[in-house]
Design a binder for this molecule. Sequence first.
Ligand code: NAP
Length: 272
Amino acid sequence: MDLKDKAALVTGGSAGIGLAVARALVAGGCRVALVARTRQNLERAVAELGSQRAVAFAIDVTDRAAVAALPAQVAQQLGGLDILINNAGYNCRGAVQDRKAEELVQILETNLTAPVFLTRLALDQLRPGGVIVNVASIAGKIPVPHEAAYSASKFGLRAFSRALAEDLRPRGIRVSCVCPGPVDTEFFGDLSSVPDLVFSQPMSSAEQVAAVIMRCVHADPAPLELDIPAVSGALAQAGYLFPALSALLRPSLEKKGALAKAEYIRRKSPRS
Ligand SMILES: NC(=O)c1ccc[n+]([C@@H]2O[C@H](COP(=O)([O-])OP(=O)(O)OC[C@H]3O[C@@H](n4cnc5c(N)ncnc54)[C@H](OP(=O)(O)O)[C@@H]3O)[C@@H](O)[C@H]2O)c1
């Protein structure tokens, strides 16, 4: 896809993976609409990307009234819509019985219902030749304990992406899903709550994930799904298909993950 003068909508575009994608899109000549809740972070991102190239919408993706008007507003401000990146995500970790019911539902609302809702509305604006990239997770390929609702939301987003790709093929709109393993962003929040298993896989940077998303934006036909790292995706897939293998590998992966997590926490601590 030639990005020059194309228009993109990136949810979660003020930080982490979304901001890295926005940088790559703007570098290619695209105009971007960034969606996030925190106005100050959006303003910082627009200042960095340039107000000729980026506009901000301070919207919660679970706010249906606000999202209902969003694609038309974006198309009006950017002169159309060619690219949708469903990237905003939410997680709160812990055993299901230790979390409030509302917290668990909020994960599904943000990571699954919101992309479905926004995608449908964006289809009224997306031009033929356009592309949709959904950001799922390796946790959407193998269920992760203490992240049950998060895993469920990302499994669901993968399924939605796969079926959507077939629905939209006659319209000439491509659909891809990207599944990252751990990524070095603020998404972890309280690191002590992150299961050791998560850290057993190699950590990617937001820029590395953005590069994979950009491969999907450009490729025709678009890949249905790309994992980053690919080896983590293959391991998760094998673990899902063969639960006995998963149970066998789990203790050594958790041990490896505990060491990697301790090292990551040490690296992130202000004194190091
Ligand atoms: N980091 C990882 O290890 C990892 C691994 C696999 C998959 N992922 C997925 O990658 C995606 C991006 O994560 P990230 O690592 O880039 O996280 P991040 O650095 O924390 O950035 C999250 C972005 O989403 C926005 N956001 C969160 N909730 C929102 C809501 N309800 N409405 C609108 N915007 C919202 C945030 O802004 P506000 O808070 O201001 O709204 C921010 O711009 C998520 O879908 C996540 O599940 C991340």
